[in-house]
Design a protein around this ligand. Structure first.
Ligand SMILES: *Cc1c(COP(=O)(O)O)cnc(C)c1O
Length: 442
């Protein structure tokens, strides 16, 4: 089914939300719990490239990609075709009941992409949190140990186990405890705020691991190579390598949670690749399948095989339609050189805000990598987080047709995760809308 391409330009034909969106919002409030609260004042009708078109005919610039998911765009023709063909063949058999080739093909493809030397094996699942849950199961089975260490400002999901690994209380944990036992939090590396070098921060982390948990209790350290929800915190140079080295020396597994950073997002297949580290296990989701729900744990074969037969799986894990989308997405990423494109996006965003920063000291830190960039807004005198300002900017930008996300433990970080296929002009326009709003708040 071919359709008119969606015009890659911002256009507002009503105020946001428009009349249809308003009516839908009333229905949403009646039938959907208030705990699920969308941030954009529009209801999607179509999305493609860097544009989301809403039910009132408005076209919004997408600087969020559905939280780093639609790296290849939300309706890439190759993915549409792959999905349609697979749906026509079969939608589901359950891989644990009757296997199919595409699952194996994707596992083989990931083996060639991840920065883990030697044979790897992959289990496919449905969500990022489910991948993290399974990585923890594997790590415990392999090491025979129970404790899991996660970092300050970490985000690993919203299930009972992953909530405990996630750092931020509101809104993720508040009133939902108790959390799983044998999970611990250790300090990480946040150069803008702690001023430590990678080696200094790693020494602090390792002391905490050794004194508060003990290597002989610790099954795994889990870390996002660039922290996502925590505010796109890039650890100081050398930090990650030192932690991985300590893990290897102490029979502790290192799990890289690349759910957000993976698949061309940070200008390489994985952020671990750029860092030159070799994790034992990698959790993958978000950008993997062009918007279809799919996740994976890829790990060293000997580690993955520590789990008994039947110990990993699930009804929908590795759904064939999602897998078809993933295989097509990986092809698109390669053909369209999306890693290079992501790096170009990173440069544009950095240039843009470096210019703004010269006259506006509230732009405290510009950081991230590739198409995963963030700005931390602070009081220029005290470095106090300016959460209210960031919220104001995001709300106003959305009203003006630019889908914008916030992040950070203190909510004072504006984050940019555009579809990597976005047109550069469109991206520039989105950034200009935001900086015009910023200028008005001075
Ligand atoms: C989003 C995210 C998760 C959770 O993924 P879901 O698919 O929402 O369960 C886990 N880890 C990281 C780093 C994430 O960004």
């Amino acid at each position: 089914m071919s359709r008119e391409p969606l015009d890659q330009s911002r256009k507002l034909v009503t105020e946001l939300p428009g009349p249809k969106a308003r009516e839908l919002h009333e229905r949403l409030e009646t039938y959907v719990p208030k705990a699920v609260s969308p941030s954009t004042p529009a209801f999607a009708a179509r999305a493609e490239g860097g544009i989301v078109e809403d039910v009132d005919g408005n076209r919004l610039i997408d600087l969020g990609a559905g939280i780093a998911v639609t790296t290849v765009g939300a309706s890439h023709p190759k993915i549409v075709q792959a999905v349609q063909e697979q749906v026509a063949d079969f939608t589901h058999t359950c891989f644990m009941v009757t296997p199919y080739e595409s699952y194996v093909q994707l596992a083989q493809r990931l083996d060639g992409l991840v920065p883990i030397s030697g044979q790897t094996r992959t289990v496919l699942l449905n969500s990022g949190a489910e991948a993290v849950e399974n990585a923890v199961k594997v790590a415990r089975a392999y090491t025979g140990k129970q404790a899991i260490a996660a970092f300050d400002n970490a985000y690993h999901g919203r299930t009972t186990l992953t909530m405990g690994l996630t750092a931020k209380n509101m809104p993720y944990k508040e009133s939902f405890g108790p959390f799983a036992s044998e999970t611990y939090r250790v300090p990480g590396s946040y150069p803008y705020r702690d001023g430590l070098t990678g080696a200094q921060a790693a020494a602090r982390t390792i002391e905490s691991l050794e004194t508060q948990i003990g290597a002989n209790q610790l099954a795994a350290v889990i870390m996002e190579p660039i922290q996502g929800e925590g505010g796109f915190i890039v650890p100081a140079e050398g930090f990650l390598a030192k932690i991985v080295e300590w893990c290897k020396a102490n029979n502790v597994l290192f799990i890289a949670d690349e759910v957000q950073t993976g698949f061309a997002r940070t200008g390489d297949w994985f952020a671990s690749t750029t860092e030159g580290i070799e994790p034992d296990l990698i959790t993958l989701a978000k950008g993997i399948a062009g918007g279809m729900p799919l996740s994976a744990v890829t790990g060293r074969a000997d580690v993955m095989d520590a789990v008994h037969a039947g110990g990993l799986g699930g009804t929908y894990g590795g759904n064939p339609v999602a897998v078809a989308a993933a295989l097509a997405s990986l092809e698109v990423m390669e053909e369209e050189e999306l890693s290079a494109k992501a790096n170009r996006i990173g440069e544009l965003i950095t240039e843009h805000f470096t210019r703004i920063q010269k006259d506006d000291a509230r732009v405290g830190d510009i950081r991230g990598r590739g198409a995963m960039m963030a700005i931390e807004f602070v009081d220029p005198e005290t470095k106090e987080p300016l959460a209210k300002l960031v919220n104001e900017i995001a709300v106003e930008a959305r009203k003006q047709g630019v889908i914008t996300l916030t992040a950070g433990t203190y909510g004072n970080v504006l984050r940019f995760l555009p579809p990597v296929v976005i047109d550069e002009d469109l991206l520039q326009e989105g950034l200009s809308v935001i900086t015009d709003i910023l200028a008005q708040t001075k």
